[in-house]
Design a protein around this ligand. Structure first.
Ligand SMILES: [Zn+2]
Length: 320
């Protein structure tokens, strides 16, 4: 089973009308049908919300001005996933049963909130875990909780409270998009499961959106995971990205982590970019990745990178 740890399915459907149950719109890659055909059995489906200040660069009017609006937008995405009949994995037992019975054609999801502003106060986290949210990334740009991409800063007082609530509710922390200072704060205060759903190597593509080797090493030391993004701007500083760039980031992360067991996929495909900015023009081409990875890793390691590593991480990180 291939696992993709970052897809903005709800956002694409609601903000842009690219419904998950239809075939992909020309120029885009992700739909239920294309994921299933590519052998993907589990996706981390996001609740992504765009703050008003990002509306222009995101070319969307689907933005929030305040936490309550963010809540309503993320709620719409939870309801969208429900309307698609997407099975949500909530605990270890459900994951084990799903993985055991998996065959090609089946698709389930983990709910991942990208940017925590929809959680109006840390006390409201339980309402989100009740709806199935199991992973929270406090940042996108800056949020009320954390510094983010292009917006330096640490965890705020509210952010520290959110992390406490996440620990109580056994929620996994997603570091992707967190500013360096907030990553440092998280390493000091957080003792729960940790990952970066879609973060490439800063050593290859400079910039705060990518993670440092030190961050990858610390995530690995804590038994966490890093997913490699397929967005061209995350793969190379300039020029057209190919699957070879994806391989380079995976190899780099595995070296920084000290082992291939902490690396997986978090493609982010169609999340704010189309197929022209992806290294593949069809999800079917994902099948070419294992052979390319085999030049650097053994068979078991490649299976791990394609999905097994995320599965093992979830088995040790989800609530019982
Ligand atoms: Zn993102």
């Amino acid at each position: 089973m291939v696992i993709d740890a970052h897809l903005d399915i709800g956002w694409n459907a609601i903000s842009d009308g690219r419904g998950f149950l239809q075939p992909p719109v020309p120029g885009y890659l992700v739909s239920r049908q294309s994921l299933v055909a590519a052998g993907i059995g589990l996706v981390f489906a996001t609740l992504y919300t765009a703050p008003a200040r990002a509306g222009r660069s995101m070319r969307t009017r689907f933005v929030y001005e305040n936490a309550h609006e963010a809540n309503l937008m993320a709620t719409a995405q939870v309801n969208y996933y429900r309307s698609c009949g997407l099975e949500l994995i909530r605990d270890r037992a459900a994951l084990a049963a799903y993985a055991r019975g998996w065959r090609k054609g089946r698709l389930a999801a983990m709910l991942l909130m990208e940017g925590a502003d929809p959680i109006e106060t840390p006390a409201q986290l339980g309402a989100w875990t009740d709806r199935g949210v199991r992973i929270v990334g406090p940042a996108w740009g800056a949020t009320r909780y954390s510094g983010g991409t292009g917006a330096p800063g640490g965890l705020t007082e509210l952010g520290l409270q959110l992390l406490k609530a996440m620990r109580r509710k056994k929620v996994i922390l997603d570091l992707s998009h967190m500013a360096d200072d907030s990553v440092r704060d998280a390493f000091v205060t957080w003792r729960g499961p940790i990952m970066a759903s879609h973060s490439n190597a800063r050593a290859i593509v400079p910039g705060d959106r990518q993670v440092t080797d030190e961050t990858v090493a610390e995530i690995a030391r804590r038994g966490g995971m890093v997913g490699v993004s397929f967005y061209q701007k995350h793969l190379r500083s300039s020029g057209r990205a190919t699957l070879e760039d994806v391989v380079q980031h995976i190899v780099h992360h595995a070296r920084a982590a000290g082992s291939a067991e902490h690396v997986g996929l978090g493609t982010d495909l169609d999340g704010g970019f189309d197929a022209r900015q992806a290294p593949i023009d069809s999800l079917a081409r994902l099948k070419e990745l294992p052979a390319r990875l085999r030049l650097h890793f053994n068979r078991a390691q490649v299976e791990g990178i394609m999905g097994g590593n995320w599965l093992a991480f979830l088995e040790r990180s989800l609530p019982a």
